[in-house]
Every structure is written in C-alpha cells, then in structure tokens.
Design a protein around this ligand. Structure first.
Ligand SMILES: NC(=O)c1ccc[n+]([C@@H]2O[C@H](COP(=O)([O-])OP(=O)(O)OC[C@H]3O[C@@H](n4cnc5c(N)ncnc54)[C@H](OP(=O)(O)O)[C@@H]3O)[C@@H](O)[C@H]2O)c1
Length: 306
C-alpha cells in the first residue's frame, strides 16, 4: 500500500517508519527533519498538508504527530489545539475527500483515573489541555471519517537515546549522569507501550476492515514506580541504585499539568477480535533496552546482559 505518515519524526514515528517500510511504500513528513527519510510538512497548514498528501496519492493516511509535552500544552493552549485538534480536522477532511482510511493515535491520558483499569468503551473525562486536545481529535475522526482507526497508546517507550522524550529516557539520563537514587512517583498507574509492538499491531490492523477505536498498550498492570524498579533490575543496578518512592507533590513544580492517578488500559476489543499482538510490558522493556540502549548503558551498567 501507499501510506502517508504525518508527524513521523518522533518516538513512535521512528518505529512506524521502520516497521511499515518493510511492507509498504511510505511518505513520511514532519516539521523536524531529523532523519533522511523525512520530508517537510507542517500539518497545521491545511494547504501545505493537502498538497503534500495529494502529490503522493496515498491509500492510507496516518496522522501521527502531536505536541506531547503536557506542560507545553498547558502553557500554550492555542498551539496545542491547533496542532493536536485542528490538524486532525485537516487529516479528516483529506481522508474523507479521497475515501481512504485515516489512522489517528490517541492516548490513555484522556481518562480521569477514577477507575483502576479502562477498556475501549469506558467514558473518557480529560483533565488537562493535552488530554482534551487529543480526545477532541477522537471525536473528529469518529464523526467525519467513515473508515478510521483510532489507536490509544499508553506510556510510550521508544526511539532510544535520540528520540525518547518520556519516562525511560528520563530515568536513563539520570543513571548516565551517575545518580544513585531515583525519585519515582508511586501514585501514578498506567501501561507502558512499546513503539515497535504498537507499529506492528498498526500494520496488522491495516490488513483488516475492522475499523474503529482500540486500546493498544502492552500487557500487564503497573505504575511508574514498578517500571523504574524493573528498569534498574534489568540493567543490573539493583544493588547500587535505590528507587525511592515519592508522591506526585514531589514533582508539582516540574510536572504541573494534571495527570490521572490511573491511566491503565486493557486491549479488550483487540482481545475479542484475536488481534492483540502487544507483548507484556516487562518483555517489551527488555527488548527496548536491548535494541535501542545497549551501547548507551555500557558505561554505567557494566553488569547489563541483553
Ligand atoms: N509519548 C507518549 O507517551 C504518548 C502516549 C499516548 C499517545 N501518544 C500519541 O502518539 C503520537 C506520537 O507521539 P510521540 O510520542 O511519537 O511524540 P513525539 O516524539 O513528540 O513525536 C511527534 C512528532 O510530531 C511532530 N510535530 C509536532 N507538530 C507538528 C506539526 N505541526 N506538523 C508536523 N509534525 C509535527 C513533532 O515535532 P517536534 O518534536 O518538532 O514538535 C514530533 O517529531 C501522538 O499523537 C501522541 O499524542 C503519545
């Protein structure tokens, strides 16, 4: 298939490009041209987005990019809604005009955390600008595009040292700087989501006509504290690095955007369809470190064995 991927320069885009390029002909664009396979397109600019998509004549449009920094979104709501919501309207218009499927990536962060575990049919209640901007994107896609896939991801693990902006990279940076204590919240529950598994499951779903909305996260129920403990353990650092439990107040200045106490998802619909290819998060974490961080960890984790 000919597949256009918009906003493909980030953590998830790296894996989507790698996995889909093995099976399809791709055009990948972004505003950040950090790889030779990326072309320039700012999807906030409808005319530019339309020209870029139409010159490629894709059979599928994947609208991948977004502003994913919650604090940035709180401080810059206009840009957050332009980027994360209005640009989805652009994608919806283009997909519907050409009668092609649209793939949109949403987030577990659209829930308010009053439940411990959310399936695909639970009612979202977004707490902040980022979450609201992404949830509005879901509505647009559902209302305006007949053939659509909405895939909800959890805590993304992917991209390696060059592209990972999230939790694993933040832990790795502290360890690389010689930290012997990692302060980690024990009051935030969620589900890690390995970008490579996520991209593979997108590819599998593209081969079906099971359009709709799907939770798509790794297996297992966990939280930030357990993920950090597991990371330290995998790296062979349990004897030298302490993972210290703190509550979210500890980081209230740095991470001032509201986050749900639980954003754990279960892939109920994928399970029912027999199409849940997502691995357990502990297995995925080990693969992520082996495939992306092996050289990076060598100087500070001499006992690490892939
Ligand atoms: N990261 C997570 O934990 C997570 C969890 C659930 C869902 N998601 C969703 O997954 C998708 C991919 O996220 P990610 O983690 O891969 O984020 P990412 O690493 O920040 O990548 C997003 C990419 O989109 C680009 N972008 C931003 N504005 C753009 C614009 N106007 N036009 C074109 N490209 C633009 C970004 O460029 P700049 O870097 O220059 O801004 C970046 O290269 C997003 O839709 C996100 O909401 C992410």
């Amino acid at each position: 298939m000919r597949i256009y991927v918009a906003g493909c320069g980030g953590m998830l885009g790296e894996a989507v490009h790698k996995v889909l390029a093995e099976h399809h002909t791709l055009k990948c664009t972004d505003i950040d041209l950090n790889a030779p396979w990326l072309e320039l397109c700012d999807f906030r600019d409808y005319a530019a987005y339309k020209a870029s998509v139409e010159s490629f004549a894709p059979e599928v449009l994947i609208h991948l990019g977004a502003h994913t920094d919650l604090e940035y979104c709180e401080l810059n709501p206009d840009d957050a809604y332009r980027t994360n919501t209005l640009s989805v309207e652009h994608a919806a218009t283009l997909a519907q005009a050409h009668g092609i499927p649209l793939v949109y990536i949403s987030t577990a962060g659209i829930f308010d955390g009053q439940k411990l575990l959310y399936d695909d049919w639970d009612q979202p209640n977004p707490l902040g600008v980022y979450a609201r901007s992404k949830y509005l994107g879901e509505h647009i896609v559902e209302k305006r595009v007949a053939k659509h896939f909405i895939f909800r991801a959890g805590w993304m693990m992917g991209g390696g040292p060059a592209k990972d902006k999230k939790f694993i990279a933040k832990m790795m940076k502290q360890l690389a700087a010689g930290a012997k204590v990692l302060n980690v919240v024990d009051d935030k529950l969620g589900t890690p989501t390995y970008t490579v598994d996520f991209a593979r499951n997108i590819n599998a779903m593209l081969g079906t006509e099971y359009y709709g909305l799907y939770n798509m996260v790794c297996g297992g129920e966990t939280g930030r504290y357990e993920v950090a403990k597991e990371l330290v353990d995998v790296l062979g650092l349990s004897d030298t690095v302490e993972v210290k439990a703190v509550n979210s107040d500890f980081f209230s200045k740095e991470y001032f955007a509201q986050r749900p106490p639980s954003e754990r998802l279960v892939n109920y619909k994928l399970d029912l369809r027999g199409l849940n290819g997502m691995q357990d998060w502990k297995i995925a974490l080990r693969q992520y470190i082996r495939d992306y961080y092996r050289e990076y960890v060598a100087p500070f984790a001499p006992n690490y064995t892939p």
